[in-house]
Ligand binder design. Structure first.
Ligand code: ADP
Ligand code: MG
Length: 715
């Protein structure tokens, strides 16, 4: 006899061949487990009988006990409907059916006590339930708890596979004599450690919860379980890779670092910068390749951290590179880093797509013979011809513009891969970062350098445009520069381009005599760079653009960021755009423009921007509103998200719990990662498992990730 949960669904009472086929084609349910894992999307209150007098608007599905007084058939043919007048003894309401009139009319009698179940709505001044579920009242079967409601497809409904049929099928399954045999999917040690209900009880509570508290515990267990296996898989993969990839050992902090730090550094590092440098230092001395994600809000000083890490690399005789997503950004980084590096005699170079042939050859030579210590550039750095004498550290700015594959290409630039530091200003909550970038360690700069003036954010409607224009004029007169950004979304390209061009026209008229730059993604790169450069150098004072300017550009003299149609941007994107101003010593403004009429949720969303400038708060709110699927970077994460119950956006605490548990399990069971203890860092909370529990882990990992799990040791 096979495992109970693997039994084909057609063998379940009330299903049979035909319905089994339907379940397979509509819901991909083929066995008992499939049905058990088809969780209700909401629950109906079966815990008590309501009185008609108690009904209110916006109620869930409720049940009412009473009798039919009489039935009325109205209309003809397709229009025919049946109304059943129902009373609970105090008041009247009606049930109404628009189909199956004849059959239903014969099914129910007057003067029999029924329980009518459905969603009450007001119709023509009275309460009505359309197509209610009706059971004969059974005194032996009193009101009971909550009942799961499943989502059905139209095809299922048409073919008679109704809510009722599904509920009954699940009930049969839960009452099956062999139901208790169902195999646990979590190690016993974990179930006990977290006091989770056992699997059989969890399924019962998910489908027919006795009360809300039990439902919550069951949901917690299932969320945990999904996340636990996800985290375990990610960590296993990361550990295996980190073992396979040896890294350079940067044993010493030497002359370059120390001299720069004591004599040249133009400011005191913030506490967060120091902490992150210590984390990087600790990584790079271990002999394991570093793969670290550095998160820090716009303006938090990531560049200096990158530079000081490069000094560690130089101190150990290695070269470093810094890769940026655009030429402009690479150029700006080059200016900054060159000034810092010159002060201590390190040689820097800039390599981009527009570097001339001769300069390029010189750079190639300098990289090969090691005379260039720090190279800054764009994707051009990834070309095959670019070879290093000994690349020790690769810094990648603005992670979301580069994919994992590109990171991997950096690794191939030497027999031992360089340490990799990925910097991003799109902060994502830690729990999400851990999961999305599971193979990366995460460092966070959560502190801005002192003395920053906060950026004021306004929300303005079209009707307030005059005021905004006046404000722009005032800033222009003070010598400041202005950004005006338009959305350009692929699906809407034509319309957007038109409004962009109209916007440009309006700006030229309103601010006549002021030099304007104009940039959008469809321009030739050379034209784009020319327009950008004009603005960077202050030759143009207003920049009308699409989000191409989102990333990294640094024009400290720009003090106003106007975002048109702000409602069409995600919060994280708005935050990135806002980060383009407030980079100098002057007061700055971010002005979100929308048309007069925006829906309340949109206004609420945009108000988050006016209330906080903290990138982490913004991205957390964004994540909650949009879900992780839309977050930047998720497409590249390479992790299949197949979560039925857990939500990375809202279940942060459970993600953390699952992560900890996965780490404890790995620490306690070296067999999982191939025999060697992870990192050599013994966790105080390591959780060693017995053979039975290890078998559960192996089975679940291979089931969930269709992955070959080869722990010959425990078989
Ligand atoms: P981001 O993290 O957005 O890349 P940058 O590295 O461009 O930020 O830093 C923003 C500005 O802050 C730069 O002008 C930089 O020189 C300055 N800065 C960085 N760290 C500090 C610090 N500890 N104190 C004062 N200014 C700093
Ligand atoms: Mg930066």
């Amino acid at each position: 006899m096979g495992r109970f949960e693997d039994t084909e669904i057609k063998f379940l009472k009330g299903i049979g061949e035909a319905r089994a086929k339907l379940l397979a084609s509509e819901l991909e349910i083929s066995d008992f487990r499939g049905l058990l894992e088809y969780y209700p999307f909401r629950y109906a209150d079966r815990s008590r009988f309501y009185r008609i007098a108690e009904l209110q608007g916006e109620m869930p599905m409720v049940q009412i006990k009473g009798r039919f007084v009489n039935f009325l058939t109205e209309g003809e043919g397709k229009r025919q409907r049946l109304r059943g007048i129902f009373t609970d003894g105090e008041r009247m309401m009606e049930a109404v059916w628009f189909a199956g009139v004849k059959r239903i009319r014969e099914m129910y009698a007057t003067q029999t006590e029924y329980v009518m179940f459905g969603r009450p709505v007001i119709y023509a001044g009275g309460w009505q339930m359309a197509h209610p579920e009706i059971d004969r009242f059974d005194p032996a079967n009193p009101p009971s708890g909550l009942q799961g409601i499943y989502s059905l497809t139209d095809v299922m409904r048409k073919r008679g596979l109704s809510q009722r049929v599904l509920q009954t099928a699940v009930r049969h399954l839960l009452l099956h004599p062999r139901f208790g045999e169902i195999s646990e999917t979590l190690p016993r040690a974990i179930v006990e450690r977290y006091h989770f209900p056992p699997l059989a009880e969890t399924y019962r509570s998910l489908h027919f919860p006795v009360d809300v508290a039990l439902l919550r515990r069951a949901r917690e267990r299932m969320k945990f379980e999904e996340l636990f296996y996800l985290e375990l898989q990610i960590l296993r993969y990361a550990r295996k890779r980190s073992r396979a990839l040896r890294g350079h050992v940067f044993a010493t902090i030497g002359e370059y670092f120390n001299r720069y730090y004591s004599q040249c550094i133009p400011f005191e590092l913030t506490g967060a910068q120091k902490r992150v440098l210590r984390e990087i230092r600790a990584d790079m001395r271990t002999g394991r390749q570093m793969n670290r994600l550095l998160q820090g809000d716009v303006g938090s000083g990531k560049t200096m951290v990158a530079f000081m890490s490069m000094l560690m690399s130089a101190d150990n005789g290695f070269q470093s590179c810094l890769m940026a997503p655009t030429e402009i950004l690479a150029g700006q980084h080059y200016e900054t880093v060159k000034a810092w590096a010159d002060a201590i005699g390190l040689r820097t170079a800039l390599l981009t797509g527009s570097t001339g042939a001769r300069a390029r050859r010189e750079i190639h030579d300098g990289l090969l013979d090691g005379s260039i210590h720090i190279i800054i550039g764009t994707h051009a750095l990834l070309e095959e011809k670019v070879e290093f004498r000994n690349l020790g550290l690769a810094v990648i700015d603005e992670q979301h513009r580069f994919g994992v594959a590109q990171r991997a290409r950096m690794w191939s630039k030497g027999s031992i891969p360089p340490h990799v530091l990925v910097m991003t200003a799109t902060p994502i909550p830690r729990t999400l970062a851990m999961t999305l970038y599971g193979d990366l360690d995460v460092s966070v700069i959560d502190e801005l350098p002192p003395g920053r003036k906060p950026i004021e954010t306004w929300l303005r409607y079209d009707s307030g445009r005059m005021e905004v224009d006046r404000h722009i004029w005032r800033q222009l007169r003070e010598g400041r520069q202005i950004y005006i950004v338009y959305p350009l979304i692929r699906e809407n390209e034509k319309l957007d381009l038109r409004s962009l061009e109209e916007g440009l026209e309006r700006v030229r008229q309103t601010f006549s005599g002021v030099e304007v730059s104009f940039v959008h993604g469809q321009m030739k790169p050379a034209e784009k760079d020319y327009q950008m450069q004009k603005f960077v150098e202050g030759k143009s004072r207003i920049m009308v653009a699409t989000t191409v300017i989102e990333v990294g550009v640094n024009v400290p003299n720009a003090t106003v960021m106007v975002i048109e149609n702000a409602e069409r941007f995600g919060l994280s994107q708005l935050h990135q755009l806002r980060g383009r101003v407030g980079r100098g010593a002057d007061r700055s403004w971010c002005i979100l423009m929308t048309k007069e009429k925006i829906a309340a949720p949109t206004r609420k969303r945009l108000n988050i921007m006016t209330q906080t400038t903290d990138g982490f708060l913004v991205s957390e709110a964004d994540l909650k509103l949009r879900g992780p699927g839309d977050m930047e970077g998720t497409q590249q994460s390479g992790i299949a998200f197949n979560l039925r119950m857990a939500n990375l956006a809202t279940d942060g605490q459970i993600v953390q719990l699952a992560r900890d548990a996965a780490e404890d399990v790995l620490a306690g069971n070296p067999v999982i990662t191939g025999g060697t203890p992870p990192d050599g860092s013994a966790r105080a909370t390591a959780l060693p498992l017995g053979d039975a529990d290890l078998r559960i882990l192996a089975a679940e990992l291979s089931r969930r990730f269709a992955h070959e799990v080869d722990w010959s040791v425990i078989s």
